[in-house]
Write a protein that binds this ligand. Structure first.
Ligand SMILES: O=C(O)c1cc(=O)[nH]c(=O)n1[C@@H]1O[C@H](COP(=O)(O)O)[C@@H](O)[C@H]1O
Length: 234
């Protein structure tokens, strides 16, 4: 069974990223490579990590005018990412351009409200809604623009799943009980997020910054295998 758990390899160190990916590969279903890794290592770095054979989620959170985002997605297409992120607040035309330029088997998912934000942060940025309201609004926009799903926190994923039964829901901001939350504000455990309807779980520092990353990945994977959402479908 392929676990719906991707490890976020957030580091500029290419060799370190490759050896970490190799070490945890039997406990995860894929690798998420984001801005830190891509800024340091670019497409060549992505190709190198993809050689390990795990699916790659390219998390560049594209957010620009439709023409620019469409052409950036087209330029990334040869890397054959399994999942690609854009920002939902880029608007309908930008979302449509991203989906149109993506390879057919690449899921284009739109970030709604970053898991590092709470209601006060939204208010400061001029959004007079709760995170749950804003996620629901941007999920409707993303769905009607033809994208595959959204990125949201575990707190919103059950409502998103109910409103969009076949949506693809990426959930970061995950912490095993008792672990350091860091800069995340809307946090759940990986097993809770899976039970609430997440399609893909993203876990970074609880694995990568653990004293023993392999053991940390194994423990999270094992918590998922015991979660009702997986035991029911196993
Ligand atoms: O798009 C993402 O993956 C993402 C969206 C979001 O709202 N919050 C969020 O944390 N992420 C990413 O998920 C990962 C979370 O990392 P950790 O907090 O270390 O588990 C990072 O790579 C973030 O860039």
């Amino acid at each position: 069974m392929t676990l719906p758990l991707f490890v976020a390899i957030d580091t500029p160190d290419l060799d370190g990223a490759a050896s970490l990916a190799d070490a945890v590969r039997s406990h995860v279903g894929g690798l998420k490579l984001g801005l830190e890794f891509f800024a340091a290592n670019g497409p060549e770095g992505v190709r190198r990590l993809a050689q390990g054979g795990l699916p790659v989620f390219l998390d560049l959170k594209l957010h620009d005018i439709p023409n620019t985002v469409g052409k950036a997605v087209a330029a990334l297409a040869p890397l054959a990412p399994a999942v690609l992120t854009v920002h939902a607040t880029g608007g309908r035309a930008m979302l449509e351009a991203a989906k149109a330029a993506a390879p057919p088997n690449c899921k284009v998912v739109a970030v709604t409200v970053l898991t590092s934000l709470d209601e006060a942060d939204l208010a400061e940025a001029g959004v007079a809604s709760t995170p749950a309201e804003q996620v629901a609004r941007l999920a409707r926009l993303t769905r009607s623009a033809g994208c595959d799903g959204i990125v949201c926190s575990g707190s919103e994923v059950a409502a998103a799943r109910e409103a969009w039964p076949d949506g693809y829901f990426v959930v970061p901001g995950l912490r095993p009980a008792g672990s350091d939350v860091g800069d995340q504000k809307r946090v759940l455990t990986p097993a809770e997020a899976l039970d609430r309807g997440a399609s893909l779980l993203v876990v970074g520092r609880p694995i990568t910054a653990a004293p023993d990353p392999v053991e940390a990945a194994r423990a999270i994977a094992s918590s998922l295998r015991q979660a009702p959402a997986l035991t029911a479908s196993a």
